[in-house]
Every structure is written in structure tokens, then in C-alpha cells.
Design a binder for this molecule. Sequence first.
Ligand code: MTE
Length: 319
Amino acid sequence: MNIIHRRGWEIPESALTPEHFFFNRRSLIVGAGAIALTASAASAQRASDVPDPTADLYPAKRNAKYQLDRPITDEKVNGNYNNFYEFNSSKNVTAQAEKLPIRPWTVTIDGMVEKPQTIDIDTLVRKMGVEERHYRHRCVEAWSMAIAWGGFPMAKLVELAQPLSSAKYVEMKTLQDPKNMPGQKQTWFPWPYTEGLTIAEATNELAFLATGAYGKPIAKVHGAPLRLAVPWKYGFKHIKSIVRFTFTDKRPMSYWEHLQKSEYGFWANVNPQVPHPRWSQATEEVIGTGNRVPTQLFNGYGEYVADLYKGLESERLWA
Ligand code: MTE
């Protein structure tokens, strides 16, 4: 294994972007930029201007059980350093993401459930209710942020679905919309973006479906209108702009696992002692602060989640 032990600022940006193993980053960015300049972008912009019908639910009451050890990352800093490959593979995706129409938006719950359904996002959010939670976020690329999410525990969605006892996993999928998500025109990627959790993970009290951030409806760049936040796992598990939850007895194959199985697995729990094959995970750059701090096991959430992995020690739990 080619393990690189270097301090963060010595890691070239190319080594921090998980995509660089097989495509030319620059040509993708240029291609996506050209697409954004077409006339269809102007109409997409108009379609995206619909006011959020759930805006009155924010800011929501904070659930103070979940405390941070650092200040919340400035909203502008967070909104200008993102990963959202459906738009492009740079960290600058906000302008393109802003053009995505997010109403109407439906969420389908299907597979091994008692209550298969397709539900309008605004109905779902009002049914589930909204609370605020402050969570750390640790990307596999060795950077971190802290975010004030709004949303609801994923356990509530599982309850709505009523999975059959034979269901073991929940697979999630992002919207497939190449017209408005130009990165999806790169057909060699395994679109739509897919992620999965065990049902035990999905019903853990920390697993959260974010519909808001920073005291208002979640910005498109962060995955509006519905995005996963599982703070003990690396950021690539935090799937954005979700349209489908499928309950299944088969372990889902996620987007990154599909692309590079040797580097990105199903579990992806944060562990500073297990390096990524190409860089150390011992520390993280806290974006917006200029600081590097030690990374914590399970990103500091071990008291909530460590028990989930007892008996699974033979699995590749950490990447
Ligand atoms: N979800 C989708 N659909 N597409 C993506 O490219 N990137 C993931 C995750 N969810 C991604 C995604 C990665 S690698 C990270 S670190 C986080 O989103 C980044 O979320 P943020 O941009 O809101 O910080």
C-alpha cells in the first residue's frame, strides 16, 4: 500500500481529490463550465427561483445534546468549498448548483417495506418536524468543518417506511438530472450517486436527514432539499439531493466504492489510525481557520456508535 504521511499543507490538491485516479480533472471542469453557459441555464435559473414552502420552519429549536468542540464554520466559507460531482469536480460548485430546480421534489420509499410511498418533500418535512443539530463533518480528503444542520432523525423516516424484518440495509440515491446537473453528462461515472447504511446505522440517534442549515432551508450546494448527515463517517457517505430510499437485504454498492473499491468501502467510519491508501488520516485541516487538529476515532462520536460495530471487526470498517 502506498501510504503518504505528509502534513496537510504539503499534500497537493490533486492528492486530496478522490477522483484523480482516472480522469483528467481539468477537462471535466472546462466541459462543465461550457455547459453552464448554454441558454438552458437561464431557464433553469428561473425554474430554481421558487420560494421554499417550508422556510417558516427555520430556524428550528436546537437539540443541545450534541455539542461541538469548535466554532461553527462560517456559512460563506462552507458554501464555497464543496464536493458535488453532479456539477463539477472542483470545490467551486455553488453557482452551478444554484441553478438546480428543487420544486416540485418527491421522495420515494420502496423495497422491503410495509409502506412503500412517494411523498412530496414539503409534506415529508412537515410530517417529520425539524430540529437543529450542531455536528462536525470530516471529509475523507483530511479536512473538516462544523455545521448547524436543520432536519430530522433518519429513524423517523425508517419508522414511516416500516421495513420488513428481512430488510438489512437502506440504499439512497441522488436525483438523476443531467440537463441541470452537467457533471452527470460524464457518462463513465456510475450515476446516480448512491450510498447505503445498515438499518441499525440508519436508526442510530445520530443519523440525521438535513433539510436546513444555518437557520434556514439547506442551500442547494449542500444537497437541498434532503441530504444525509452521519457525522461519524467520512463525508462521501453524506449523500446530497436524495430522491429515493430503498430497503433491501443486499449491501448497497456506493458511488465511490464502485469507482475505486480499494480506497472507498461501505462502512467508511472515521479512524485516524487507518490511513487512506494515499494519505494519512491522523489530522484534519479545519477549513476557514488555518488550523490542523488531530482526527478523533469515529470523528469523536464513539459513545453513540462504537457498539454498532461490535462483532464486525473482520470487516473493513475504516475506509
Ligand atoms: N453527494 C452527491 N450527490 N454528490 C457528491 O459529489 N460529495 C460527498 C458528499 N455528498 C457528494 C455528495 C462528499 S465527498 C462530501 S465531503 C460531502 O458531500 C461534502 O458536502 P458539502 O459540500 O456540503 O461540504
